[in-house]
Write a protein that binds this ligand. Structure first.
Ligand code: C5P
Length: 313
């Protein structure tokens, strides 16, 4: 939403951040099909925005997109996590889901940055305000976990350890600000396909077996505010399957390291690659270098950690 646009009376605007996974360790699939994970989530200064206002009685949920959302093909129906969030909230509080939502998209879609989860987190908080639901922090986190594994983290932001399927969070001590460059591809990757490819690679022993031990060196570097240590210990079990599906990402990761990135890793299930810069000034040089590689469509800069919309509630 542009700053100049006036907010209608009763309208609520909430923004929620994208995430990258500084570490993502993935176990073998559980009986419910989900994979147990041990991850270090890190929220970055790239945010989607949801505007919500009360709709006509009986009108249900309506969602409109800005041009970025339309161009990216964001779904408008029940596949949209923001729509699902409002339905779940209204169901739980037994009220009609008559809400008009507008989504302003800054986070790339199907990129491994949890953009859909950010939209759901923002929609939960905005719709609760518009519908007059008094939701405790705990109820909000339960609702979020019912929508998707990354949604609870999108609510709180910061830097957190995620376990279970990613929905169980413990804050992590992280000093200082990290400066990131993101190499984003136009064609997204499907999260279930990437997890399935990891299972196949493991079945053929092409990648090491599951190891869900905590990333001690990374946690120490975060606590010490040591970007070089963080960069040296970025790790993601989904990187091998993402590179199997998109081999050209290896060129991009190498190019970032050649250009002096402190570390480079596929974010979540990809295809976005995250590069850690030594400073804000270095992130500009790194972004210029990556723009000329020709593998990614867009290069973005962001810093982290940043707070989510529920932080402090
Ligand atoms: O939780 P969410 O709906 O975002 O997950 C999308 C899909 O990603 C799941 O249906 C599953 O295939 C895969 N997934 C998984 N293990 C996780 C998280 C996601 O297998 N921990």
């Amino acid at each position: 939403m542009s700053v100049a646009e006036p907010l209608a009376p009763g309208a609520v605007v909430v923004r929620a951040p994208a995430k990258i996974n500084l570490a993502l360790r993935v176990g073998d699939p559980r009986p419910d099909g989900y994979h147990p994970v041990l991850t270090i989530y890190h929220a970055i200064s790239l945010r989607d925005e949801i505007r919500a206002e009360a709709g006509e009685p009986g009108g249900g949920i309506s969602l409109s997109l800005d041009r970025a959302g339309e161009r990216a093909g964001v779904p408008l129906g029940e596949d949209n996590l923001a729509v699902r969030a409002v339905h779940l909230l209204a169901e739980q509080f037994s009220c009609p889901p008559d809400v008009v939502l507008t989504l302003h998209k800054a986070i790339p879609v199907a990129a491994g940055l949890a953009g859909g989860s950010a939209d759901a987190a923002a929609a939960l908080i905005a719709a609760a305000a518009v519908l007059g639901c008094t939701v405790s922090g705990e109820q909000m986190r339960d609702l979020a976990a019912g929508i998707g594994s990354d949604v609870p983290f999108a609510l709180v932001g910061g830097t957190s350890l995620g376990t279970g399927r990613g929905e169980l969070l413990t804050p992590v001590l992280a000093r200082g600000t990290l400066h990131w460059v993101l190499g984003c591809s136009r064609m997204g990757l499907s999260t279930p396909t990437v997890y399935g490819t990891l299972d196949r690679l493991r079945a053929s022993a092409a990648v090491p077996p599951a190891d869900l031990s905590p990333p001690t060196e990374l946690l120490t570097a975060l606590a010490a505010g040591d970007p070089a240590g963080v960069g040296a210990h970025l790790t993601n079990d989904l990187q091998a399957p993402a590179l199997t599906l998109r081999p050209e990402l290896a060129t991009l990761l190498d190019a970032g390291l050649q250009a002096g990135a402190l570390g480079a890793v596929v974010s979540g299930s990809g295809p976005t690659c995250a590069f850690l810069a030594a400073s804000e000034a270095h992130s500009i040089d790194l972004a210029v270098a990556l723009s000329s590689v020709g593998v990614c469509e867009t290069v973005l800069r962001a810093h982290g950690p940043v707070s989510g919309p529920l932080h402090g509630i």
